[in-house]
Design a protein around this ligand. Structure first.
Ligand code: NAP
Length: 250
């Protein structure tokens, strides 16, 4: 099957898994390869072929695309996985492979929301002492260091796996994976007397309940805005990514 078309999905998200499943059905003659960074010890694997681990920067990815004769790349990584997305733009440019960015829309505030927008975790940490004392930190185990020096604040740190980097001195760890329920989120925040939430603008429904809970409890949210998308072509829905890939591969 030397001329079998190969599609690379840069994954690690629920949308990437949905895309892999949809493409397996839509393009039964193509080779669909999902790539994972290898960060989680027990990842939910997508349908079809999977490769795990970094490529070695943009140059390594460009080499991989050429060696595997890749026809199309869909970057379905998390909105905050900025490095691999930038590498995909560079590598696909070099290897002359069409690239699509699949990224679900960000969250939009509703009446009653009190969101304080910041551009980074460092900016969130700088703002926090002005906003609250008991922080619900939901930005993941990889990004605890910017908050580690905030000795006067208390943190409820929720992540899928335990953080390995520095954490704040007053910190309770809660290991949990979404989806989360609004009533449970309200109960959790009440129990811990949370008075501010920190979140990335990840979008989607899986973890949105905390925002509705914050609205109900009138708690401010420090919202870390997304990095800019640099790919030329971008869609928000898995169905549109399927259509794009079919067009390229046909
Ligand atoms: P990142 O900072 O953009 O990437 C760091 C390095 O990890 C990349 O340079 C690349 O290494 C490798 N990498 C990242 N995603 C990869 C993939 N899908 N396949 C192969 N290598 C990959 O990424 P991150 O923020 O650490 O995220 C890592 C993974 O977790 C991504 O797959 C992302 O979708 C998922 N994720 C991230 C978040 C988040 O908040 N950042 C949340 C949920 C899921 P090389 O340069 O060696 O190729």
């Amino acid at each position: 099957m030397a001329d079998r078309r190969t599609v690379l999905i840069l994954g690690g998200t629920a949308d990437a898994r949905a895309l892999a499943a949809r493409l397996a059905d839509a393009l039964p003659d193509a080779r669909i390869v999902s790539s994972l960074a290898g960060r989680t010890s027990n990842p939910v694997l997508p349908r079809g072929e999977t490769r795990i681990g970094g490529f070695g920067g943009a140059a390594g990815l460009a080499t991989w695309l050429a060696a595997e004769r890749v026809t199309a790349v869909v970057d379905a990584t998390h909105p905050f996985a900025a490095r691999i997305s930038a590498n995909a733009v560079t590598a696909c440019g070099e290897a002359d492979v069409p690239l699509l960015r699949l990224q679900r829309p960000g969250w939009t505030p509703e009446p009653g929301d009190d969101w304080r927008h910041v551009g980074s975790a460092t900016a969130a940490a700088a703002l926090l002492p002005e906003v609250g004392r008991r922080v619900f930190l939901t930005t993941g185990r990889m990004e605890t260091e910017p908050y580690a020096h905030l000795d006067d604040l208390w943190f409820l740190l929720r992540s899928v796996e335990a953080p390995t980097g520095p954490v704040p001195r007053h910190c309770e760890l809660l290991l949990a994976r979404g989806p989360f329920d609004v009533a449970d989120e309200i109960a959790l925040m009440r129990r811990h007397e949370v008075d501010v939430i920190v979140t990335k603008d990840s979008g989607g429904t899986l973890t949105a309940a905390k925002l509705r809970a914050a609205r109900a409890l009138r708690i401010p949210v420090v919202m870390i805005d997304r990095p800019e998308v640099t790919a030329d072509q971008q869609v928000a829905a898995v169905a549109d990514a399927v259509e794009w890939t079919q067009r390229i591969v046909a």
